[in-house]
Write a protein that binds this ligand. Structure first.
Ligand code: SAM
Ligand code: DTB
Ligand code: SF4
Length: 347
């Protein structure tokens, strides 16, 4: 669909604050109007995540179960074999996902790992899936190698505002993150970048995060908004719960500020009711991670998402190139398999 409203890169804190402080219904109406001008409001893009290298990460991100600085009881694993990754990607395609996102708990990919991740990109792409990776920091050279392999998206989150950032991560700077995003942009790949809410940040930090993202010379094509998954053993395990209305407001303001980007309702859906998710779709979220596992923590079961989409009349966004089995057929197939196995275990 054609994007109608102008995309702005000069948002001020006062303007963002004013949006957040609108009466709730006014904000919902405004965000939904922008959403409708730019997207089919009944379509949601679905991506599947796979952790291709888990745990023992040298970074100290205080929210992360995979950081080697905290004891979260996670089994650390080596880089997954290419064949295993392809098996998982095939399954993701069968259940209706259009994008396969591979994540590694690295500071940055090592030279010796590049041939393997490049091969993963090529083979996943050959299945007809869009590809996304999140491997930590990238220099120009590695971004170039991934772009050449055909990687569509690179995920690298800013996570929070520049002001709050140092309270969450000390082993890489905000500028390091911006540099990686610049290298991704220069290589021609699309950017997936967003953040986490519910880490004890202030409302001003939320404005700051959205301003950083929206005021980039080219806005990220994909903006994941995660709600903190509190994992035992991480420094943020006991942080106060985020008010769900504040979460919904943030999605709405992200939609208004980044009208043409896909806003992804990312981690934290396990704790969200159907009604809350419906409200986020109304306010402009139009992408989710689909499948029982995020990287290391649980996500809603696929049949629950299929049922939610049915109840809301939401269709999964299809890729233009989708030619063989239609996604609806893939979806029915996955729902049927799920129901069969439910009956099997009930019997
Ligand atoms: N290691 C790579 C990196 O950080 O650059 C990629 C993987 S990392 C797990 C991807 C993103 O997941 C993080 O930037 C963060 O936004 C999100 N994330 C990690 N742990 C989370 C948690 N407990 N709750 C919500 N989001 C989380
Ligand atoms: C993003 O913003 N969220 C995803 C994806 N990008 C890589 C990761 C969420 C991870 C949640 C914690 C876990 O499962 O380990
Ligand atoms: Fe490592 Fe990424 Fe987790 Fe930070 S978020 S500790 S970089 S895996």
């Amino acid at each position: 669909m054609q994007q109608l409203g102008a995309i702005r890169h000069d948002w001020t804190e006062a303007e963002v604050k004013a949006l957040f402080e609108l009466p709730f219904n006014d904000l919902m109406f405004k965000a939904h109007t922008v959403h409708r001008e730019n997207f089919d409001p009944n379509e949601v893009q679905v991506s599947t995540l796979l952790s291709i290298k888990t745990g023992a990460c040298p970074e100290d991100c205080k929210y992360c179960p995979q950081s080697g600085h905290y004891n979260t009881g996670l089994e650390k694993e080596r880089l997954m074999q290419v064949e295993k990754v392809i098996e998982k990607a095939k399954k993701a395609k069968e259940t209706g996902s259009t994008r396969f996102c591979m994540g590694a708990a690295w500071k940055h990919p090592a030279d010796k790992d590049m041939p393997y991740v490049v091969e993963m990109v090529k083979q996943v792409k050959a299945l007809g899936l869009e590809t996304c990776m999140t491997l930590g920091m990238l220099d120009e050279n590695k971004a170039g190698q991934l772009a050449e392999a055909g990687l569509d998206y690179y995920n690298h989150n800013l996570d929070t505002s520049p002001e709050f950032y140092d309270k969450i991560i000390t082993t890489r700077t905000y500028q390091d993150r911006l540099d990686t995003l610049q290298n991704v942009r220069d290589s021609g790949m699309k950017i997936c970048s967003g953040g986490i809410l519910g880490m004890g940040e202030t409302a001003t930090d939320r404005y700051g995060l959205l301003m950083q993202l929206a005021n980039m010379p080219v806005q990220p094509e994909s903006v994941p908004i995660n709600m903190l998954v509190k994992v035992e053993g991480t420094p943020l395990e006991n942080v106060d719960d985020l008010d769900h209305l504040d979460f919904i407001r943030t999605i709405a303001v992200a939609r208004i500020m980044m009208p043409a980007s896909h806003v992804r309702l990312s981690a934290g859906r396990e704790k969200m009711s159907d009604e809350m998710q419906a409200m986020t779709f109304f306010s402009g979220a139009n992408s989710i991670f689909y499948g029982e596992c995020l990287l290391t923590t649980p996500n809603p079961e696929t049949h629950r998402d299929v049922q939610l989409f049915r109840k809301l009349g939401i269709n999964m966004e299809q890729r233009i190139s989708e030619s063989d089995e239609t996604q609806e057929a893939a979806l029915m197939n996955s729902l049927q398999k799920q129901q069969d196995s439910d009956h099997f275990y009930e019997a």
